[in-house]
Design a protein around this ligand. Structure first.
Ligand code: MAN
Length: 475
């Protein structure tokens, strides 16, 4: 025998040996797990038992995990691998092996005895390729739309963030302004109150009882202590602001710091003046027999100055502006903290409304808003619920279903509610509506907002064929 013929012969021998050694129902990448040991024994894949190699695929279930019967229907919990040459491989539950029925997912007919099922893989592969192409077209069309929505949403969110910062900066300035007006109002009030005592400027005195005098002395001493304590505290604050003014980062545009320094500059001369007055002010000698009595009626009736009225008006205007800004900050905060999807893809669709006429009713749903049911019979409109949250499952899947709850109460039943379940599409629409339980509606919908990227679709497709439990129906 020539060397080349000998080699071909040896290769054929090895190949036929490999073909023979293939265990039925096991994927090529798992064949290595099905080898007997030197004593012709084999361990179940979960390691729980060792059985005779002859027990593998002998139509009797030995292993608790069903791993000894991948090619028969003996174990209810194992999977059978179909190669499906020319199409995509698939796994089916082993209990449907050799049951006389050609399993749809096993287009090569390998789930039944030879000759029972025709090989349908070529035809199935053609249909599958067409469907896959259509799905890929939808996904890339939908994803392109979704991408523009995401861009729009992110621009909107950035705009809100800028608005928020602007309102907050304005608030800091307005609050500083309010403090100034409040101080001005209070100074003017004090001045005008002082000026409205008796024309001579003297205080009226009257004899006091000795009990009243003791109480007054105590009161005055307490006030003096309070004034001293307050002066110390103000001094500490002044020194903190002084340090802030000297040491802050002059290149950093921080409105809060700038407003604090502006307020400090304005306050300092006033405070110096006040300090001087306080230092010069003599503590009046307390006369036990006399009690200072404030003028009452004259002061109450004195008309207010224009300056005080104006200061009050200005203070009120600033208070109004602060209220307005506060509500704007609240509004923008609530928009910023709302969940609009993994990439904010639902934001651009918010309040977009779609309708579906099923002949009896016209159903409508506004994205992240309200759902309704209008009857053709009497044109009555029934509230089916307001958007409550995303209920599609864990992680990104959550956004695949929207719950609308607290609709009009059903007669003798629950409040109406809707679960809208979305699939990828190039338009946002209601495909069909069902009422599986009385007053509980299920909308099947499509929207670009749930389209995966074409890359992740390819990834999903790959995973769908990676192991047991998946069939090629999952495109
Ligand atoms: C209306 C509709 C129906 C619902 C009944 C319950 O007719 O809202 O969908 O089932 O009320 O009484």
């Amino acid at each position: 025998m020539q060397i080349s013929s000998w080699l071909t012969f040896s290769c054929l021998l090895v190949a036929s040996h490999l073909v023979e050694a293939r265990v039925r129902g096991v994927a090529p990448e798992k064949q290595h797990l099905y080898k007997p040991n030197s004593q012709q024994q084999w361990q179940c894949l979960d390691g729980s038992r060792t059985i005779d190699w002859a027990g593998v695929n002998d139509d009797y279930c030995d292993c608790p995990d069903g791993s000894d019967e991948p090619g028969t229907s003996a174990c209810g919990n194992s999977y059978f691998y179909c190669e499906n040459k020319g199409h995509l491989p698939a796994y089916i539950k082993s209990w449907s092996v050799n049951d006389g029925v050609c399993d749809e997912a096993c287009c090569d007919g390998s789930d039944e005895a030879s000759g029972v099922c025709a090989n349908r893989c070529k035809a199935q592969a053609a249909v599958y390729a067409k469907e896959l192409k259509e799905k890929q077209r939808l996904v890339s069309e939908g994803y392109a739309i979704k991408s523009t929505w995401i861009k729009e949403a992110n621009a909107k969110i950035e705009q809100w963030q800028l608005e928020k910062t602007k309102y907050e900066d304005e608030l800091i300035l307005k609050r500083a302004e309010l403090e100034r007006f409040e101080r001005e109002v209070s100074l003017l009030e004090q001045e005008e109150k002082g000026a409205s005592t008796s024309p001579s400027g003297e205080r009226r005195v009257k004899k006091a009882s000795s009990k009243g005098s003791a109480a007054q002395r105590e009161h005055i001493e307490k006030l003096q202590q309070d004034v001293q304590q307050l002066r110390e505290q103000v001094n500490r604050l002044v020194s903190i602001l002084h340090d802030l003014k000297l040491n802050h980062n002059h290149n950093f545009h921080d409105m809060a710091v700038k407003a604090a320094i502006a307020g400090y500059d304005e306050f300092l001369p006033e405070y110096d003046e006040l300090e001087e007055q306080l230092d010069q002010e003599d503590v009046p000698e307390f006369e036990e027999e006399e009690e200072v009595v404030e003028e009452e009626d004259d002061a109450a009736q004195a008309p207010e100055s224009e300056a005080l009225q104006k200061a009050r008006e200005q203070r009120d205007v600033v208070q109004g502006a602060i209220r307005d800004l506060d509500s704007k900050v609240n509004d923008v905060n609530s928009k910023l903290t709302t969940d609009y999807g993994t990439d904010n893809e639902w934001l651009s669709l918010k309040d977009t409304c779609v309708e579906k006429d099923d002949g009896e009713y016209v159903y409508s749903l506004c994205i992240l808003g309200r759902a309704n049911q209008r009857s053709h019979k009497d044109n009555s409109n029934v509230h089916l619920g307001n958007f409550e949250g995303f209920v599609g499952g864990d992680g990104a899947d959550a956004y695949l279903a929207h719950a609308h709850t607290h609709g009009a109460r059903c007669w003798n039943g629950p409040e109406r509610s809707v679960k809208a379940v979305f699939e990828c599409g190039s338009t946002t629409e209601i495909l069909d509506v069902m009422e599986p339980e009385k007053c509980e509606y299920r909308f099947r919908m499509r929207s670009p907002a749930v389209c995966p990227s074409p890359e992740s679709l390819a990834q999903q497709h790959k995973q769908a064929h990676a192991g047991p439990g998946h069939t090629h129906e999952e495109l």
